[in-house]
Design a protein around this ligand. Structure first.
Ligand code: GRF
Length: 210
């Protein structure tokens, strides 16, 4: 079993980040949070990291003169903190291809619906749950997937269905799905710590627990 050295990207409140930290504390996830990177100085996830003595960095494209210097700053931050696995926990920006390449099949994202439905550019947060409700779905769910250069399209590592037949609003769906997100993300990460994920022909295959 390998210890994952996590670089976590988050733009918002960071409840998934908190759930990951809890899983580490409880011994359910063999990982260390090395750095929390945000594009937003007011992100709740930054506060969570600071309160626990985890390294933080605000790295935002508009603060850099060029795209190259921005990408270099991201890469150096990950390298300097010894990150060997990247987690997108509510990160609202696209990860540059240079980072996707440097951490090939080592970047996980969480999406609050069952992909490949209800994903793609612009499909985030409230918009996802609104679309699910509008489609009349009785089941939604959580998808944890590896990140490639296309929105919400990398190999799926874990999925959980969430029954939503009693939900009348996007917020109700969101709340039910989020509860499940908080369990599944750490479980999916532990599969990597246990070296149980193998990507073959663009599909993530989960090896049996030995
Ligand atoms: C989650 O719903 C996640 O699926 C999506 O962004 C949201 C982040 O929520 N990618 P939080 O900041 O972790 O609370």
């Amino acid at each position: 079993m390998a210890t994952l050295k996590l670089g976590v990207f988050a733009s918002g409140r960071g409840s998934n980040f908190t759930a990951i930290l809890k899983a580490i504390e409880d011994g359910r996830l063999n990982a260390e949070a090395r750095v929390l990177i945000s594009n937003k100085s007011g992100a709740g996830a930054l506060e969570t990291a600071e309160s626990r003595g985890i390294q933080t960095a605000v790295i935002n494209r508009p603060d850099f003169e060029s795209r190259d210097s921005f990408v270099s700053a991201l890469l150096s931050c990950l390298e300097e903190n010894g990150v060997n696995f990247v987690v997108l926990a509510g990160y609202m920006k696209k990860i540059p291809p240079e980072i996707v390449e440097a951490y090939e099949n080592r970047i996980l994202n969480i999406h609050p619906a069952l992909l490949p439905g209800f994903g793609g550019q612009g499909m985030y947060g409230h918009f996802v749950h609104e679309a699910v409700l509008k489609a009349g779905c009785k089941v939604s769910g959580v998808t944890v997937h590896l990140v490639d250069n296309h929105y919400d399209q990398g190999p799926i590592v874990a999925q959980r269905a969430v029954p939503i037949e009693t939900c009348y609003t996007p917020d109700e769906i969101g709340a039910k799905v989020l509860k499940e997100e908080h369990k599944v993300f750490a479980e999916a990460l532990q599969l990597f710590a246990d070296n149980r994920v193998e990507v073959r022909d663009g599909i993530a295959v989960i090896k049996a627990d030995s």
